[in-house]
Design a protein around this ligand. Structure first.
Ligand code: HEM
Length: 154
């Protein structure tokens, strides 16, 4: 067998099949804010992919200023379905912060962060569109919304 050719004929891993609607590219826009900052609008693209046979989804995100297109925050990581039915999400952010979410909702670990103490992320499918709300707690502020967005599958 030619070992440099990816095994594209292999099917998705069974644990990925229920999440396969995520696979591909999503684009949309969001609004950010927090009690300590000015609110802002942003464009966003998410990409989810899975190598055939592997029980993991690779995730990348990039954002930009809606008015100028100037790049803003970016992050990437892995969504890892666990045998107990939960999903562990590990994310590295462009700000240096690292995050591990349990059942893709509540942070189990926030590391290398000077201000952030906790992050929650709630994703929802609404009529085929992907919406999410990200909340965070900092050293000065209890858990409050920071981001919400709505994205369409391309
Ligand atoms: C501000 C964390 C995602 C844009 C902040 C602050 C923190 C933070 C701690 C400072 C708040 C303060 O000073 O009290 C996070 C975390 C994120 C995230 C944990 C992901 C889970 C994003 C994304 C964008 C963004 C995706 C852009 C689309 C901003 C902006 C500010 C800010 C524009 C205000 C900066 C300033 O006024 O100096 N964020 N952020 N953040 N964040 Fe985020």
């Amino acid at each position: 067998m030619d070992s440099v050719t990816p095994p594209s004929a292999v099917a998705l891993h069974p644990v990925i099949v229920p999440l396969s609607y995520l696979l591909g590219t999503w684009r949309g826009q969001g609004e950010g804010g927090y009690p300590t900052i000015n609110s802002f609008a942003y464009g966003e693209e998410l990409h989810f992919s899975s190598n055939p046979g592997k029980p993991v989804i690779a995730y990348t995100q990039k954002t930009w200023k809606l008015n100028s297109g100037e790049p803003m925050h970016a992050e990437s990581g892995y969504w890892r379905p666990k045998p107990d039915g939960t999903i562990e999400v590990v994310i590295a952010q462009s700000t240096g912060l690292v995050e591990v979410q349990v059942n893709y909702i509540l942070s189990q670990l926030v590391g290398n962060a000077s201000k952030v103490k906790e992050i929650t992320r709630v994703f929802e499918l609404v009529d085929g569109d992907l919406s999410y709300v990200v909340q965070m707690a900092t050293n000065l502020t209890g858990i409050q919304p920071h981001l919400k967005a709505l994205l369409k599958k391309l």
